[in-house]
Design a protein around this ligand. Structure first.
Ligand code: FES
Length: 390
């Protein structure tokens, strides 16, 4: 922009300077009658009729321009009258501020016009979704979203009261709550609304933990421990992502992952089993690679459970991340601990077995009590995850 701005100033200035220099040159040459006569002959000036026509055109141009100006002023006056006739619409913000705009103004334009900070990473082109608002009172009277707006809304939320401020033109008064801070960045682009607000949904939760790593790490230098752990986390993270899951967090030597957050729970359960299988495969590979660095192979225990949880973005500033909280998460963690007690690689709950559709009839089932949970839970214990029919 600075370069274009510079060019926009420089080009007309140079043109004017050129005109000035040329004018002086012509004035100097015109003092010579012979040159003047030759110049007049070569430029063939108009005859008296032509001169009259030029003066007539001059008048017609001025009248035409005056007419255009009058038409613009009349159109503005007409629009003002129509606005008065149709009335203004009010947009109320969460802090109680009310902005009155003409119908046809977008919510984002209203915010900007009133100096209310409002996120708009894509500049109001309906692409980023950072301008989204939750519409309270008056939502039912809003015009329906255009196809383009509806497409973006489908990607970020299923709630009909969420709209893009840059695309929504209220025709009657409404109350809005911007859902992202005005300082939103491209990182927030198309982030799901429900996640930021917290939403209950059914997901599959996987916990995995290294067995006996503290003993293994006892005689290692801290540098070696960090190296081994990072290789382990990379291997487990890859297995989870390859199966379509999402790493929730690494806790100590453990991993928590979520499956089916954006899809259905059946697909989530299948993905969780696939991830467990992938983790076991990668662990075999890792043990082969690190054979000279480890006194004994790494071992893991995995627990998988599925159920309703609250999925939302929790944390503070840069430490904010999408996570799940709820009883199902605690149960999955307890199943992982139970895998140690049962001396198996994987313990998964009956709901996961049923919803994954996998044939697990070859593996023993048992009814267990889970600490902190009333009633019993049927689980499937699998000694070797690689035996899973994936
Ligand atoms: S400003 Fe980007 S979608 Fe509205």
């Amino acid at each position: 922009m600075p370069y274009l701005y510079g060019a926009a100033l420089t080009v007309p200035l140079l043109a004017l300077a050129g005109l000035f220099v040329s004018g002086r040159e012509v004035a100097r040459l015109a003092t010579d009658p012979a040159w003047l006569q030759q110049a007049m002959a070569s430029i063939r000036p108009p005859d008296p009729a032509g001169v009259n026509m030029i003066y007539d055109l001059d008048t017609a141009t001025i009248v035409g321009l005056a007419g255009i100006l009058a038409a613009v002023l009349a159109a503005r006056w007409l629009r003002l009258q129509m606005t008065r006739w149709r009335g203004l619409v009010g947009i109320t913000y969460p802090d109680g501020r009310r902005v009155e705009v003409t119908p046809g103004t977008t919510i984002l334009e209203a915010s900007r016009g009133a100096g209310i900070p409002h996120a708009s990473v894509c500049g109001g082109r309906g692409r980023c979704s950072t301008c989204r608002v939750r519409v309270g009172a008056g939502a039912a009277k809003l015009p329906p979203p255009s196809e383009a707006e509806a497409t973006v809304l489908r990607r970020i939320s299923g709630a009909p009261t969420i709209r893009l401020a840059c695309q929504t033109r209220p025709t009657s008064s409404i109350a809005v709550t911007p859902l992202l801070p005005a300082t939103a960045t491209p990182r927030h682009t198309l982030a799901r609304v429900a996640h930021r607000q917290g939403e209950e949904r059914e997901v599959a939760i996987l916990f995995a933990d290294l067995r006996g790593f503290t003993t293994l790490a006892e005689h290692k230098l801290p540098y070696d421990v960090v190296f081994i752990l990072n290789r382990y986390f990379a291997a487990m993270g890859t297995a989870v992502e390859k199966a379509g899951g999402r790493i929730d967090k690494f806790i100590g030597y453990g991993v928590m992952a979520l499956f089916g957050v954006d899809g259905n729970i059946e697909a989530g359960c299948q993905a969780a089993l696939a991830a467990a299988h992938g983790m076991a495969e990668r662990l075999v590979e890792l043990n082969r690679t690190l054979a000279n660095d480890l006194p004994a192979p790494l071992r893991i225990g995995i627990g998988i459970h599925a159920g309703p949880v609250i999925v939302g973005e929790l944390g503070y500033k840069a430490a904010t991340s999408l996570t799940a909280v709820g009883d199902a998460v605690n149960t999955a963690s307890r199943l992982e601990a139970m895998s140690k007690r049962l001396d198996v690689q994987l313990v998964l709950s009956e709901p996961v077995a049923a919803r994954s559709g996998a044939d697990l009839s070859a593996f023993p089932r048992q009814e267990i009590e889970v600490r902190g949970r009333t009633g019993h839970l049927n689980v499937v214990a699998i000694a070797r995850v690689l035996d899973l029919p994936i």
